[in-house]
Design a protein around this ligand. Structure first.
Ligand code: F1P
Length: 338
């Protein structure tokens, strides 16, 4: 987790090197619609990437688990019958994603772009263009470094297609990441080791819901804890009945609607929960119990990788303090076979 800024730099360099091919494919295909797919962590990554594509590139984009694309294609394939398929998979070997991609190609629905970490993977061979960040590889079954590197790959891809200056500004992210990890490592350890917390909710909206979902999965996989993710405002429609003094509510604050989001967190504090905010702009001590502040000066669309390391460390320390092996979770394997 703490070495991941190296993989971030590699992701930025790789997209920079493949920028021409990317732009050509996008222009040739006249991409108007994208399906983004993966499994587990990489499905949650798809949930983060689809709204980014739609917001930044003005195209229709939808995230779906690869199993849905494989087993229920008629419910997800656009009526136009044409879309670019963006597959995301750390291993490039997950059979649901491979089978869904093969079926997609057989039906000639559109070109396939892949984001992953292994250049010799079967999924790469099934793709028209592969954005492979080998520095994202890791030994852990749980995706951490790989997830961040693949997220940054997608964000750099969007910047390369839309705004080269943004791609340049993103070069600061590896340094920001190192500083962030150094500054908040102790906070992650303190909260991870806090045995009075028995349930953790991750709230994120818009571009950040996929990352809240991933943070929830990290917590479950690594530490076998009760964790869930919700859109901020959805949390008030029922789930908040679970909040008590043993609850940690983690808010991934957006730029656009942070007033709404802070109002939800204040309400959860009033109900007895504790709150941790991850935010670009600082909040006051009265507004949250704990804060991770980025002060990156970057827009949400390109900086959201900064939300990840502290939340991954939180899962890591909670697992270690409970005597669990965060690299090899209960019942899991690195590649799931259908
Ligand atoms: C997807 C995945 C991971 C999960 C575990 C099993 O893998 O479901 O999300 O954490 O490692 O595989 P991939 O297709 O991204 O390699």
């Amino acid at each position: 987790i703490i070495t991941q800024p190296v993989a971030w730099q590699a992701a930025l360099d790789m997209v920079q090197a493949l920028k021409r091919e990317l732009k050509t494919l996008w222009a040739d295909e006249q991409v108007a619609e994208v399906l983004v797919t993966g499994c587990g962590s990489t499905y949650y990554l798809s949930l983060a990437v689809a709204p980014l594509l739609q917001q930044q590139l003005g195209i229709r984009a939808r995230a779906l688990p690869a199993s849905e694309l494989l087993l229920f294609p008629e419910t997800v394939i656009p009526p136009s019958g044409k879309a670019l398929l963006l597959t995301i998979s750390r291993s490039g070997s997950t059979t649901e994603t491979i089978k869904a991609t093969r079926q997609y190609r057989e039906r000639q629905l559109g070109k396939v772009v892949n984001i992953g970490c292994y250049g010799d993977a079967e999924l790469v061979a099934l793709s028209d263009l592969a954005l492979t960040v080998t520095d994202g590889q890791e030994q852990s079954v749980v995706q951490t470094r790989s997830f961040s590197a693949m997220l940054l790959t997608a964000q750099a891809m969007v910047a390369a297609l839309k705004d080269e200056q943004q791609l340049q500004a993103m070069q600061q992210l590896p340094e920001f990441g190192s500083q962030l990890i150094a500054a908040h490592h102790d906070l992650a350890r303190q909260l991870g080791e806090d045995t009075s917390i028995d349930r953790i909710y991750f709230l994120g909206s818009g571009l950040l819901y996929g990352l809240a979902s991933e943070a929830n999965l990290k917590m479950k996989e690594m530490s076998l804890s009760f964790a869930e993710a919700f859109h901020f405002m959805e949390f008030r429609h029922g789930p908040m009945s679970m909040v008590n003094k043993h609850t940690l509510v983690v808010g991934l604050l957006s730029d656009a609607v942070r007033d709404y989001e802070m109002a939800v967190l204040r309400e959860m504090r009033a109900l007895g929960g504790r709150t941790l905010v991850l935010t670009e702009q600082p909040v006051t001590e009265q507004e949250a119990d704990y804060e991770v502040c980025f002060r990156s000066g970057l827009p949400e669309a390109s900086r959201s990788v900064l939300y990840l390391p502290v939340l991954q460390l939180l899962g890591f320390y909670r697992a270690v303090s409970r005597g669990q092996d965060p690299d090899h979770p209960h019942n899991l394997t690195a590649v799931v076979v259908l």
